[in-house]
Design a protein around this ligand. Sequence first.
Ligand SMILES: Nc1ncnc2c1ncn2[C@@H]1O[C@H](COP(=O)(O)OP(=O)(O)O)[C@@H](O)[C@H]1O
Ligand SMILES: [Mg+2]
Length: 252
Amino acid sequence: MSLLHTQGLTKQFGGLVAVDEVSFAVDSGETRAVIGPNGAGKSTLINCITGALDPTAGSVEFDGDDITDRSPHETVQSGISKSFQTASIFPTMTVRENVQIAALASEHGSFRFDFLNRLSGFDGVHETTDRMLESVELLGDADVEAGSLPYGDKRRLEIAIALASEPKLLLMDEPTAGMSPDETAATVDLVEQLQDELDLTILIVEHDMEIIFQIADRILVLNRGGVIADGTPTAVQDSEAVQEAYLGGVEL
Ligand SMILES: Nc1ncnc2c1ncn2[C@@H]1O[C@H](COP(=O)(O)OP(=O)(O)O)[C@@H](O)[C@H]1O
Ligand SMILES: [Mg+2]
């Protein structure tokens, strides 16, 4: 069954059509990838889904509801969470407090600065927080100041923050960007582990082909805003349109 579905989704910036009538679906429980050359419209597509950008035309349906016009805050409440917004980390707070705030914000709808003082009343939040920290293997660093974590651990914390709202769909835009090969491998392991352990549906944008072919169930390929292929990794790899789009670029 499809959890997310876009129909003719289009985003224009002035005369530029960044996303051009994109229709695709994400099924419950699958890891869905979006690939395409730089500037293909991948981030714009994701931002139209989260509500960070207003699409020019088309629609987004999530979990049976039309969410096309919802704000980013409303799409989080609907069950869509996006990871890897570095700005989401409060560096002077501990790892645990960062996740607690996200869990509380999702439960109570708005951010309040007195949250941490009132935490003792929220057992559910403590439980969710520890479970998410364990999922990303940061429970041992729970009391460390978030700003002092190594880069790779910060990205894992961002995943825990995104998971704190217990989303039905996790969006990731280039989660391994800027990572060392070791950190990249650890992140790929983590995504595979999240697939196994949590009942999570993942929509991931990634430029690293090796990673995509390793973790994705189905791949949507964009070029200049439009869909040029959509299918299993094998089908996408064999697509002539995809090979042309990447000619001279990434080797498939
Ligand atoms: N806010 C914006 N204003 C104007 N043009 C934009 C904006 N965001 C993206 N674009 C343009 O839209 C196209 C798609 O960008 P983007 O979605 O970031 O591509 P990708 O994530 O695939 O690299 C690019 O040509 C980019 O320059
Ligand atoms: Mg991008």
